[in-house]
Write a protein that binds this ligand. Structure first.
Ligand code: UD2
Length: 301
């Protein structure tokens, strides 16, 4: 993509700021972020920042008509959505409708951050996009709404919407807090020689995809002819959380012990992407295995 006006919601966050990096040299990039979790230090200097909230529809009017929108702003934590379902709905659903309305107003393409959480405990593994949607958390319900709204906006209003169903993303700038992704938490624990906290027996699996591959999928979704369709973005490999804890302890040479805490409610048991549709519809191909991605991440620290 070059010579475009690009709006990134959540552009100061983990995924959004990597997209900003990839786009800023050849495009006019606007970032809409309320800095609730995003950081200014994540952003390249050349972007224009709109410090506002996606729940406020007027926030979008501060951006000149965009050609492409990447809608990454979200409340990303499953446990937080269980504690604050109303807030999760406001940010993840109302905020998405505002983004879609803006796309409709200015006739922009919109790529949206959907999630594999919409499948809940899937019957088919690896899971194709046609899997039934039985989310097991408010977060999953909200992302299911995002995914359906994108399809319906495409059908009803000809908005070129492309939801990407992210599996578990990791990489630099993912912060380690109570509501963060497990890899950032385990890495912090391992590097500090603190106990690594596996929830439950650790047999639950995830398909961990490196941020560079997520950026690749977004750039392809920005130009694909196959719009109004959702695509899985993962690697097609799964690892158990127990195994992940051991691998992270190894790659960091840590003395941490691995402890098991109570299982998390609303937690999904197995998660693994079928990438057939992403390969044909987007030309997406993951480039980093978990081992490679983890090594790069540890070297980066
Ligand atoms: C992640 C994303 C979510 C969504 C989804 C798609 C985050 C914060 N959440 O949800 O936005 O896209 O992936 O699959 O990025 N765990 C531990 N110990 C810990 C923390 C977590 O064992 O200290 C376990 C947890 O119980 C779960 C797994 O690790 O089984 C992954 O948890 P998570 O919160 O990183 O991600 P998930 O899959 O709930």
């Amino acid at each position: 993509i070059h010579g475009k006006t690009v709006l990134i919601t959540g552009g100061a966050g983990f995924v959004g700021s990597h997209l900003a990096d990839a786009l800023v040299e050849q495009n006019d990039v606007y970032v809409l972020d309320n800095f609730s979790t995003g950081k200014r230090s994540n952003l390249p200097n050349e972007v224009t920042v709109i410090d506002d909230d996606i729940r406020n529809a007027n926030a979008f009017d501060q951006c000149p008509p965009a050609d492409i929108i990447f809608h990454e702003a979200a409340l990303v934590s499953v446990p937080q959505s269980i504690e604050e379902p109303e807030r999760s709905n406001a940010v993840n659903v109302t905020g998405t409708i505002n983004a879609l309305e803006y796309a409709r107003d200015v006739d922009a393409r919109i790529v949206l951050a959907s999630s594999t959480a919409i499948y809940g405990d899937a019957e088919e593994i690896p899971t194709p996009e046609s899997e039934s949607k039985k989310p097991s958390s408010p977060y999953g319900i909200d992302k299911m709404c995002l995914d359906h709204h994108a399809r319906v906006y495409s059908n009803l209003y000809d908005v070129e919407a492309v939801p990407l169903r992210y599996f578990n993303i990791y990489g630099p700038r993912q912060t380690a807090g109570d509501y963060s992704g497990v890899i950032s938490i385990f890495l912090k624990q391992a590097l500090n020689n603190e106990p690594i906290t596996v929830h439950g027996d650790g047999s639950q699996t995830r398909d961990f995809v490196h941020i560079d591959d997520v950026v690749q999928a977004n750039l392809k979704a920005a130009t694909t002819e196959h719009v109004g369709e959702a695509y899985n973005v993962g690697t097609g490999s799964e690892v158990s959380i127990r195994e992940l804890a051991e691998t992270i302890r190894d790659v960091t040479d840590s003395d941490s012990e691995i402890v098991h805490t109570e299982g998390r409610t609303g937690d999904i048991d197995r998660s693994l992407a079928d990438l057939s549709k992403a390969r044909t519809g987007l030309g997406y191909e993951p480039t980093l295995s978990l081992e490679e991605g983890l090594k790069a991440l540890v070297e980066h620290k």
